[in-house]
Design a protein around this ligand. Structure first.
Ligand code: ZN
Ligand code: ZN
Length: 221
């Protein structure tokens, strides 16, 4: 039962091919796990496709063809923003724990992940993406906390196994947490099962305690 979904902005950006590779990976992975967002994406794709057709058909009159709704206007602006050639990971059902778009980056399932310890029992594996944003897998032992931190940009965290809680909210398998520069948080993995997440950030995190801050350059968080 997924409770925390993709925002319209992320679905639009994904549909228009405007997200950094690391965010594309998180969006595609969530969509692989979530029927609701897969359906929402289909309608964003349809709107985008219709706009594209309209602007091609009406040569020069494309402005008149753009419907007035804010969604359509936003899609039009995104598409007008420039050439869009970012490839979008394919969405397919998952066979192991990892959604298909993710297992292609890892080169297999859980057993193929090359974890590196980052302290406190937490482990990470950085995934190869372009530099616009970074993506990593995080392993948080049951009951353990990720050090308290804030954000300079946007951080997307998708739960693949186990669960974590953050303030009063719980995030279980398939749930996506979207944290922005306004949020500071300290996610804690639930007891009973180790938590594995896919996280993407488009700017370095701001840690509130000294040790993680000193380690940051080495951990590339
Ligand atoms: Zn969803
Ligand atoms: Zn965070």
């Amino acid at each position: 039962m997924i409770r925390h979904h993709l925002s319209d902005a992320l679905l639009m950006g994904y549909s228009a091919g405007q997200l950094p590779e690391a965010f594309n990976l998180v969006v595609a992975s969530h969509i692989s796990m979530c029927d609701e967002c897969r359906a929402r994406l289909a309608s964003f794709d349809a709107v985008g496709g219709a706009l594209l057709d309209a602007s091609v058909d009406d040569l020069g009159e494309s402005d008149a063809a753009v419907p007035e709704s804010s969604l359509a206007a936003t899609m039009a602006r995104i598409r007008a923003a420039g050439p869009v050639e970012r490839t979008r990971p394919q969405v397919a059902p998952r066979r192991g724990l990892l959604p298909a778009p993710l297992s292609r980056y890892v080169g297999g399932d859980l057993d193929a992940i090359r974890w590196k310890p980052v302290g406190g029992g937490v482990r990470q594996a950085i995934l190869p993406t372009d530099k616009a944003a970074s993506a990593r897998l995080l392993f948080i032992p049951a009951g353990a906390a990720v050090p308290d931190h804030g954000h300079r940009g946007t951080e997307l965290t998708l739960v693949l196994q186990g669960a974590f809680s953050d303030a009063s909210e719980r995030f279980g398998p398939g749930d996506l947490e979207i944290a922005t520069a306004a949020d500071e948080h300290s996610p804690v993995a639930e007891q009973g099962m180790d938590c594995i997440c896919l996280a993407a950030t488009d700017a370095p995190l701001k840690f509130n305690t000294l040790l993680p801050r000193m380690l940051q350059p080495f951990l590339r968080i």
